[in-house]
Design a protein around this ligand. Structure first.
Ligand code: HEM
Ligand code: HEM
Length: 209
């Protein structure tokens, strides 16, 4: 998937560092699931990183800002319809469906911290339901993380670009690959135009702003 195409910076360092920090903390917590002090601190640390990222989504620049990718219903439906016909357009920022997944993953992490905290409250002593919900949410998160990784690999193959490496370097090819199903759609209006930096992500069809 190595590409000679010209690349532009899409994901700034805050987006990349918070992504890999959240991923590491959550995977560690799913493994170290004793409910002990380490488990609890890792969970709260994940919440802090998510909150930093959400603040950056409001105040930060370019493709990481919510304006570039916050999904709406019509965007998700249109993307799903295109995807079932094998024509899922390429996006510089998150696709509408990917964006929905990002929001669900963050929400699950916050809900896990809330139920984890509740499971230790004196007020709820003897109650099993906070622990039960915590366990169910953790299993759901694990399943969705699996789906998230599979989708990142699949879309990398479909669009002939390494999305996982992009989350490391921050860079994506400026224009879609030749032969990718999305040439000329879901992209900057003129894919052959000189790279306009991350702002081009904001101008892609299907996004607000
Ligand atoms: C990223 C966030 C978190 C993840 C992915 C996570 C995941 C898990 C998992 C997989 C279990 C084992 C559940 C089972 O055996 O059915 C567990 C247990 C537990 N977690 Fe978390 N957790 C997170 C955050 C927290 C936080 C912030 C707290 C804070 C108080 C917490 C408190 C607990 C406790 C007390 C248990 C033991 C429950 C029991 O005794 O069965 N967790 N967690
Ligand atoms: C617990 C683990 C993980 C969680 C909770 C998670 C969550 C997220 C979230 C919330 C985003 C949005 C990033 C942002 O806008 O700040 C994202 C993006 C992304 N994640 Fe993860 N992630 C996890 C693990 C992974 C792993 C292991 C990989 C790769 C093997 C991966 C690949 C990606 C990619 C490629 C994107 C960007 C997708 C795009 O181009 O639209 N993630 N992830």
């Amino acid at each position: 998937m190595k590409s000679s195409r010209q690349s532009i910076l899409v994901w700034d360092p805050v987006v990349r560092i918070t992504h890999w920090a959240v991923a590491a903390l959550v995977l560690w917590d799913l493994y170290e699931d004793s409910g002990g002090p380490l488990h609890r601190n890792l969970g709260y640390a994940a919440v802090c990183v998510v909150l930093v990222r959400v603040a950056w989504g409001v105040a930060g620049p370019g493709a990481g800002n919510f304006r570039a990718w916050l999904p709406d219903r019509s965007g998700v439906v249109a993307y799903l319809k295109a995807a079932v016909t094998g024509q899922a357009p390429r996006y510089l920022s998150h696709t509408p469906l990917g964006a929905l997944m990002m929001l669900v993953l963050w929400a699950l992490i916050l809900a896990l911290a809330a139920t984890g905290w509740m499971s230790r409250l004196d007020m709820l002593w003897g109650e099993d339901w906070p622990k039960d919900i915590h366990g169910v949410l953790a299993r759901l998160l694990l399943a969705l993380v699996g789906l998230h990784i599979a989708a990142a690999i699949l879309m990398s193959l479909v669009h002939k670009e390494n999305l996982i490496l992009s989350m490391v370097t921050g860079k994506k090819p400026a224009a879609p690959a030749a032969g990718s199903p999305s040439v000329g759609t879901g992209e900057s209006p003129n894919p052959s135009a000189p790279p306009a930096g991350v702002d081009s992500a904001d101008r892609s069809p299907g996004r607000r702003g």
